[in-house]
Design a protein around this ligand. Structure first.
Ligand SMILES: NC(=O)c1ccc[n+]([C@@H]2O[C@H](COP(=O)([O-])OP(=O)(O)OC[C@H]3O[C@@H](n4cnc5c(N)ncnc54)[C@H](O)[C@@H]3O)[C@@H](O)[C@H]2O)c1
Length: 331
């Protein structure tokens, strides 16, 4: 199977490529199309750069010419490429519309015209908006996104739906909860807090820290995405969440404890505008396909911290180039 992956130099895309190359044999070929924005990093793929099954193309998903050319040689397309940081979408929404909506449109239409056999569109649990305790969203619930980021993802998600309905387009959509793990750009809460604490700095916590997220280890998510691509039903949507719900304050304490720090390392900062209180999805549908997390939240957090301790060469240049400039503004 020749798989075109967009955004494969990003956090989840890189973990997905590692997963596929590690678990599949010679029958798989991966082409990674990535524009290498601030969030794209070929260092995350250094260990597979010479794998004959892998190749990289530097290009933009909004560029129909390059997308058409690559899609022509693909049996399957996995569309990760996106602007992914909610805070950046609040500061500057336009690029989110350009990449997340227009870019998805370019990818879908190239796939439609080339009659690609399988398309996986990576959406997010944030398209549903916030859910009150004790509920969890199922795939048929309406979308009520609240940030420019989640609205742009909802637009692409709906475009995928329209293509499936109108053209019989073989697209499967996944809506995954917050990921954490290796190769995560250190502006996002988990790697930001770990790397700040490794440097003896404080961690900026939004508001009262009561917002709840369901944390999925990226290695487990990579397996879920491959399963959705290869065994999911085209036209269907699959929620993916490990069921590790915790508040931002609980998450912060779990990280502080592991790094030998205490409450005094927390710096309270003004809450994110429009901050969704709680995300929670029912993942029964992807679990029925055979997916389950392989590690507990505690094991995954230990492994993540160990990875950041061991891979300072990966994250320090990113912090120095700007990720930490946002520290204390929005986590
Ligand atoms: N990180 C999460 O917790 C999470 C959860 C649910 C869904 N998602 C979704 O998963 C996908 C990947 O998220 P991530 O955290 O790996 O993001 P990321 O920001 O780490 O990586 C995004 C990648 O896309 C590339 N990219 C951006 N604009 C591009 C363009 N115009 N053309 C080509 N490449 C471009 C970047 O260079 C980068 O390599 C996104 O679609 C995101 O919405 C993420």
């Amino acid at each position: 199977m020749r798989v075109l992956v967009t955004g494969g130099a990003g956090f989840i895309g890189a973990n997905f490529i590692h997963h596929v190359l590690a678990t599949q044999g010679d029958e798989v070929r991966i082409t990674n199309l990535d524009a290498l924005t601030y969030a794209g990093n070929l260092a995350s793929l250094a260990s597979v750069a010479d794998d004959p099954r892998y190749s990289f193309v530097h290009g933009d998903v909004r560029d129909a010419q390059v997308v058409d050319r690559l899609v022509a040689d693909a049996d399957a397309v996995v569309h990760f490429a996106a602007e992914s940081h909610v805070d950046r979408s609040i500061d500057g929404p336009q690029v989110f519309l350009d990449t997340n909506v227009v870019g998805a449109g370019v990818v879908f239409d190239a796939c439609r015209r080339a009659e690609v056999e399988r398309v996986l569109h990576i959406s997010t649990d944030e398209v549903y908006g916030s859910v009150a305790e004790p509920g969890s969203f199922v795939e048929t619930d309406p979308m009520e996104p609240n940030s420019p980021y989640s609205a742009s993802k909802a637009a692409a998600d709906l475009l995928a739906r329209s293509y499936a309905t109108t053209y019989g387009f073989p697209v499967t959509v996944t809506r995954t909860t917050n990921n954490f793990g290796p190769f995560h750009y250190p502006e996002k809460v988990v790697p930001l807090f770990i790397t700040n604490l490794l440097d003896g700095l404080k961690v900026p916590l939004y508001g009262d820290g009561s917002n709840v997220r369901d944390w999925t280890y990226v290695v487990d998510n990579a397996a879920a995405q491959w399963l959705a691509l290869t065994s999911g039903t085209p036209g269907e949507v699959y929620n993916v969440g490990a069921g590790n719900e915790c508040s931002n304050l609980e998450l912060t304490h779990a990280i502080l404890d592991r790094l030998g720090a205490d409450e005094s390392s927390i710096e309270r900062v003004a809450d994110r505008p429009g901050h969704d209180q709680r995300y929670s999805v029912d993942s029964a549908k992807i679990r029925a396909l055979g997916w389950a997390p392989t590690v507990s939240f505690e094991e995954a957090l230990d492994a993540t911290i160990a990875w950041y301790r061991a891979n300072e060469d990966w994250w320090r240049p990113l912090k120095e180039a700007g990720a930490s400039a946002r520290r204390g503004v929005r986590g």
